[in-house]
Design a binder for this molecule. Sequence first.
Ligand SMILES: NC(=O)c1ccc[n+]([C@@H]2O[C@H](COP(=O)([O-])OP(=O)(O)OC[C@H]3O[C@@H](n4cnc5c(N)ncnc54)[C@H](O)[C@@H]3O)[C@@H](O)[C@H]2O)c1
Ligand SMILES: [Zn+2]
Length: 375
Amino acid sequence: VNSEKIEICGAGFRYFAHVGRGLLGRTGPLIREHVRGQRAAIITDSNIPRPLRDSVIASLAAARFRVTTIVVPPGEDAKSLNEVERIAGELSALDRTSVIVGLGGGSVGDLSGFVAAIFHRGIPHVQIPTTLLSMVDSSIGGKTGVNLAAGKNLLGATHHPSLVIADGHALKTLPERELRQGYAEIVKHAIIRDAEMFALLSSRAPNAFGAEGFRGSFLKGTASGSLDVARDDLIARNIRIKAAIVSTDDRDISGERALLNFGHTVGHGIERASDFGMSHGDCVSLGMVAACNISVKRAGLPPEQRDEVSALLAQLGLPTRLDAEISRPKIMEAIKRDKKFEGGAVRFVVTPRIGKACLSREVTMTDIRQAVAAL
Ligand SMILES: NC(=O)c1ccc[n+]([C@@H]2O[C@H](COP(=O)([O-])OP(=O)(O)OC[C@H]3O[C@@H](n4cnc5c(N)ncnc54)[C@H](O)[C@@H]3O)[C@@H](O)[C@H]2O)c1
Ligand SMILES: [Zn+2]
């Protein structure tokens, strides 16, 4: 297996993300390096293809783990206290030396990580992300949690995994709509940290890969090995970006980690105004369009770079215009309620040029309202 190892470290934590095709079949030995216990609980959801689950179970068993598999509902529904309690009830055979393995997207990762954080006050957790979003974003950084009726991710804990295993093979069955969600965060990483990656993504024009088109080939991966490699590189590159930010600013202190919120202030507002009917990546895409408009005005972003961002998002099948039915005032209400507003002063992430981002205190509510109106 051709794989890459990326270090994620900071105050009190150090672990590796392994990226490469076929790694799922090596789960057992990889986890064995970190866990001495006899038992492993796999938490996964009912949508994750059986072959993925089976290959992880077989590999763990071969590494002398006694495996329990716990299946949760797919998607956001899994992130509930009810599920936490139900899962905990099935963990009675586990002890402090056992390991919890989350096999799935960000929902499974957040839930399984939270269970690992609180079971016996914390046992080892391994993230095996199976969506593009979870590979490049949610599996890295140690944020875990579940939702309450009052809001998303309200109950949580910081609990870094012992290991992350990202196998590009897992993406073969992922619906295009879900791939897109990951691409929104990848574009975000490019804008805040990696102008070269932005250019690389932009240069893959819609028909560069023939009849199947951009989405059919580059996004989805085809039988062609070179495209698979291109996407594995992309996954590794994005993990490195998130790892670097998380490593320098584990606790949101220097403000570095806040840069990951680029496009998310307006994005979250749209998510809430749509009553979570729109997916996160789609909302972040619109949020980035708004943030770029604000950046032209407040951070000197060249207008042609703003247009390049919109063009790339559109190429990736992400929205750049907001549906008329979504209420603009409702978006503004949601943004105002957002916790990032401190005593009336807005901390807003802007980009002065693609590849660089910073926090600005000069952005006003009027700027945001105008940018939302222009969507
Ligand atoms: N902890 C963090 O730092 C962090 C960061 C970003 C997002 N998140 C959280 O991540 C969650 C979203 O994660 P997500 O986008 O991965 O969605 P998800 O986990 O809800 O998965 C989306 C859908 O894809 C299915 N799926 C997953 N892998 C598949 C595969 N290989 N083949 C076919 N279907 C598959 C799932 O069953 C689900 O139906 C949200 O709850 C969000 O709050 C957390
Ligand atoms: Zn996001």
